[in-house]
Design a protein around this ligand. Structure first.
Ligand code: BES
Ligand code: ZN
Ligand code: ZN
Length: 505
């Protein structure tokens, strides 16, 4: 599916499906909608009245016949102008695709002059970027496991082109640039979604490492080094290695580096949790809790997707992408509750629950990250079920030792529409993670605040580097669908947020 730009009269542009918009704060139809309604001798207005359509956000009406060059048309409610955020624009693009797809349309025409008018506070470029993102993110499909029975009915997207129609010649260039940028970001998000959706049998630690190498091979700005199990042993990554011991799949460390073409202003390390399957280990998860645990490498998949986006964004910062890919299984050699492991930095950890494995792998990944001399470290991890209890499946948690870094991430989240909420990294809870027989234990056992105590466990491993932790257990994987631009399964949460964050540094 591609998006293109056409300057001219949308009524004359042949298509299967025309998307129009109506603002709630306008009594009468205006702009493109008024033109279409006039061409149809008031049929749209008549339908709107009959259906009680006022243009509030999230509502729409559809007409399966028109008297202009589109076969069908859809009118989307924009809501009130002052509430029309870029995230709402993104949702409109997604909704247009979802509805057009339901109508089996191949070609869609979408006049955007009224949207430009309704979002006067942002540039055409920004508006089109959000709209195109919505369109592209909603056009994601994952077919890898559809067999003969479902292939036909659940086949390819019918949509071939979405043509954005502008009225002024000078907007063509802005719109085309925005579409190009949105395409690059969407491709990165789609890669992350694919990696997460691929089952653990097909996405072992070495498969995940190969995916990182493939991204690096696409760009001269990106290199990728992998650490074998033997190299991880040499580096004394015993916490991560302990997690991997119960699996037949060997662990792999991955270190990607993006070096900017210009002068590098800062160095940032992005660390992802890369547990390709989390059975819980000997502290085995119940069946229900295990069903979606192929998603436990979403942090690492986000790192890989982010590097794909970096190929195009090319910010002036050096970026290290780091993850230790392991599988958490209860094999005969598995680590046990009660074991004490010594992490890369010498910290000893009493393992009381083998299902709190993410923090063990991250401990070593974070120690390794500090060795790259970064100005800041951001980690992403599907770390705690407690995070879903606290914030639900739409919102990620942010915990940070640095308020400036936290602010940058919250701003980037706001701007990209990826919900993020800060939780306090309260030092007073740190004693909950102290062990009687070792330096730390990997679960608190009492006191609640599971997301905070997990973050407090990680904190010592970053030393004094400015650090932020994103617990993405909720939004990285959706079991229910709430919006057309966020699919079932892997969502690619974080790719857009971090791309924006790095771009603005
Ligand atoms: N991978 C899970 C967290 C998770 C749960 C991610 C649900 C996505 C959806 C993590 O390794 C885990 O099992 N955490 C435990 C920690 C507990 C043992 C302290 C949890 O949240 O129950
Ligand atoms: Zn676990
Ligand atoms: Zn896990």
């Amino acid at each position: 599916m591609k998006i293109d730009v056409f300057c001219g009269d949308f009524l004359l542009k042949k298509s299967d499906f025309c998307v129009l918009t109506h603002r709630e704060d306008r009594k009468r139809f205006q702009g493109s909608l008024a033109a279409a309604d006039k061409a149809m001798e008031g049929a749209i207005e008549e339908t709107a009245e009959r259906k009680g359509f006022k243009g509030s956000f999230g509502t729409c009406i559809a007409l399966t016949q028109t008297s202009f060059q589109s076969k069908e048309c859809l009118v989307l409610g924009l809501g009130n102008k002052k509430e029309l955020t870029l995230d709402r624009i993104r949702q409109l693009g997604a909704k247009a695709v979802q509805t057009a797809e339901g109508a089996k349309a191949k070609r869609v025409v979408f006049p955007i002059a009224d949207l430009q008018d309704a979002t006067a506070s942002v540039t055409t470029r920004e508006m089109v970027h959000a709209l195109a993102e919505g369109v592209l993110l909603a056009a994601y499909r994952f077919h890898a496991y559809h067999g003969t029975q479902t292939k036909k009915s659940n086949g390819k997207l019918s949509l071939k082109t979405v043509t954005l129609v502008v009225e002024k010649e000078r907007d063509v260039k802005f719109a085309e640039e925005a579409i190009q940028a949105a395409e690059a970001i969407a491709a990165a998000v789609h890669l992350t979604r694919d990696l997460v959706n691929t089952t653990s049998a097909d996405m072992t630690p070495s498969d995940l490492a190969k995916a990182a190498e493939a991204v690096a091979s696409e760009s001269p700005d990106i290199s990728c080094k992998t650490l074998s199990k033997a190299q991880m042993e040499k580096l004394k990554m015993n916490a991560a290695l302990a997690v991997a011991r119960g699996s037949v799949h060997e662990p792999v460390g991955v270190h990607m580096t993006y070096t900017p073409p210009g002068k590098s202003k800062k160095t940032v390390a992005i660390v992802g949790k890369g547990v390709t399957f989390d059975s819980g280990g000997l502290s085995l998860k119940p069946a229900k809790g295990m069903e979606s645990m192929k998603c436990d490498m979403a942090g690492a998949a986000t790192v890989i997707g982010l590097f794909k986006a970096l190929q195009v964004i090319r910010p002036n910062v050096t970026v290290h992408g780091i993850f230790l890919a392991v599988e958490n299984m209860p094999g005969a050699a598995a680590y046990r509750p009660g074991d004490v492991v010594t992490a890369m930095d010498g910290t000893t950890i009493e393992v009381l629950n083998t299902d709190a494995e993410g923090r063990l792998t991250l401990a070593d990944a974070l120690s390794y990250a500090t060795k790259q001399d970064p100005d800041m470290i951001v980690d992403l991890a599907t770390l705690t079920g407690a995070c879903i209890v606290a914030l639900g499946d739409e919102v990620a948690a942010l915990l940070s030792s640095d308020s400036r870094l936290a602010k940058r991430l919250l701003d980037a989240a706001e701007e990209t529409g990826e919900p993020l909420w800060e939780l306090p990294l309260r030092d007073t809870y740190a004693p909950l993670m102290k062990s009687k027989i070792a330096d730390l234990k990997n679960i608190s056992g009492t006191g609640g605040a599971g997301t905070i105590t997990a973050a407090l466990f990680l904190k010592p491993f970053v030393g004094d580097v400015a650090w932020a932790h994103l617990d993405i257990a909720g939004p990285s994987y959706m079991e229910r669908v709430t919006r057309a631009d966020i699919p079932y399964g892997g969502t690619g949460y974080g790719v857009r947020l971090l791309s924006r964050f790095l771009d603005k540094l």
